[in-house]
Design a protein around this ligand. Sequence first.
Ligand code: DX5
Ligand code: ZN
Length: 226
Amino acid sequence: MEVTPSILTADFSRLGETLEEAIAAGIDWIHMDVMDGNWVVNRTITFGPALIRSVRDRLGSEVTIDCHLMITNAEETWDQYVDAGVDMVIAHIEAVGDFPALIENLHDAGVQAGCVLNPDTPAEDVFPFLQDLDLVLVMSIVPGKGGQQFMPEVEDKVRAFRAAIDAQSAAGGRATKLMIDGGVKDHNAAMIAEWGIDIAVVGSGLINDRGTIAENLAAITAALDE
Ligand code: DX5
Ligand code: ZN
């Protein structure tokens, strides 16, 4: 299982150094959480395309950057994130009317398409267009902020996606990646890896006052190796 940092607990005044520290520790995928002050329940604003552009320019093209759009109008504004240099746009199924059309637009623009579901949204809502998705992201918290408690009740949904994706790729279809986001720490990393997650977003478990990113990542890696 791969790990990608969410930067929400970072000191934004020294974000570039923090991300370079993550890359030096072996990270090659950065997860950028965009909130527009409207869509998430706590009405948080994080950042937009300008910051993502700065991060892309600083880190270069080797690192993968996804943007997790927690915004009301992803269908109209996705191209701003493509212009900012992301490799993948991950939009919420609950916030998009015509998801297949969004996937087509993203693929035509040359970027990967991801779909994210809130904890109470069923996997079945995504199955009709799973074959066209590059990534499915299962939220294991209610989106809005880092540092929340992991919700183990998403296990069945993760396993349902794992089975569907394995069947799809065995039949010659796309090997859609499976990601989880929210409350992932060293103590639950092995469990979610066993569920079949390919990539875990880790925010407060990676960027915190308790250790360096390298130390925190090493603790997660050690837990996975046990
Ligand atoms: C919250 C974001 C998450 C969050 C994860 O809405 O999508 O990426 O920052 O943070 P932790 O790992 O602290 O739960
Ligand atoms: Zn996220």
